[in-house]
Design a protein around this ligand. Structure first.
Ligand code: NAP
Length: 271
């Protein structure tokens, strides 16, 4: 019987993860089945326990359960511990006392997409991260490890950005007014504004010459990417991050590292 995995979230109907992991399994010769499970709000732990009792070996976790997933972990990786959020769980062993290993692969996914796929080195560059929610929390540590010249966090609720930056020495955070007059080489939109057609406030002169604007949202033209394009910046959505974070999760479960290029190209061709 194949090992069972799933993505657990609310909602998950739109998730491309089952297709991505099926492709990774085919390419690496791993025998896995990967499904989608929508957990009712307030019932994440119960949903995970039922999946595990039914033979689940691990899962991806998406909105809005990443903090709850971290709370279930008995063996978090250092990057999951730093993020205080997990997007990947692995169930090691059975019965009482069995371990729940947890990882957060969002940051590695973003850094790999920026540096390998988009050929945008982070070292020595000025990076702005907009948003201070679950996604921003997961990527701050890996972005800092890539040694940017500056890592600035801006959020609608300024206090959240300040509190998050205080957890990651080397970054600083505040409201959008605090970045007036500054310019950046890489601007990452980690807000969910684009999902609802909302726009983040972009001060004039935000994009340095040759800058990249990156929206973690994928599969749609967001107001952020449209404004960045109009300001002369190069743009990318977050599809590459999705594929790269999936590859890290796959490695965490199976110990095999899948190639991502063909999977990303196929998703892009699919529109
Ligand atoms: P979250 O925890 O709900 O946080 C949402 C963030 O967006 C908060 O900082 C919030 O600001 C801000 N925000 C929401 N609407 C806004 C608006 N109209 N104007 C300005 N700021 C606004 O969500 P999340 O988990 O961090 O996810 C953020 C986005 O990243 C989602 O769209 C998600 O799909 C995407 N994502 C993509 C990948 C990928 O692999 N590509 C991975 C992870 C996440 P306040 O604090 O002021 O409310």
């Amino acid at each position: 019987m194949n090992d069972r995995y799933a993505v657990i979230g609310n909602p998950v109907a739109h998730s491309k993860s089952p297709w991505i992991h099926a492709e990774f399994a085919r390419a690496t010769g791993q025998r896995i089945d990967y499904g989608r499970i929508e957990a009712p709000l307030g019932a994440f732990a119960r949903t995970v326990a039922a999946f595990r009792a039914a033979g689940g070996r691990g899962c991806n976790v998406t909105l809005p359960f990443k903090a709850e997933a971290f709370a279930l972990a008995t063996e978090p990786t250092p990057r999951a511990r730093a993020a205080r959020a997990a997007n990947t769980l692995r169930f090691d062993g059975e019965g009482a006392g069995a371990a729940v290993a947890a990882d957060n692969t969002d940051g590695a996914g973003l850094v790999n997409d920026l540096e390998r796929n988009l050929r945008r080195p982070i070292a020595g560059r000025r990076v702005l991260l907009m948003g201070a929610g679950g996604a921003a929390q997961g990527v701050l540590g890996p972005l800092l490890e890539a040694r940017p010249a500056a890592l600035v966090l801006a959020n609608r609720t300024a206090g959240k950005a300040q509190a998050l930056a205080a957890r990651f020495p080397g970054s600083r955070g505040g409201g959008y007014d605090a970045i007036a007059g500054e310019s950046f080489d890489i601007v990452v939109n980690a807000t969910s504004a684009g999902l609802t057609g909302g726009a983040v406030p972009l001060p004039g002169g935000l994009f340095a010459p040759g800058a990249l604007a990156y929206d973690m949202v994928y599969g749609r033209d967001t107001p952020f990417l449209a404004a960045a394009c109009a300001a002369g910046a190069a743009t990318s959505d977050g599809l590459g991050m999705l594929v790269e974070q999936a590859a890290e999760s796959f490695f965490f479960w199976c110990g095999a590292r899948p190639e991502t290029g063909a999977v990303l190209a196929a998703l892009r061709a699919d529109g």
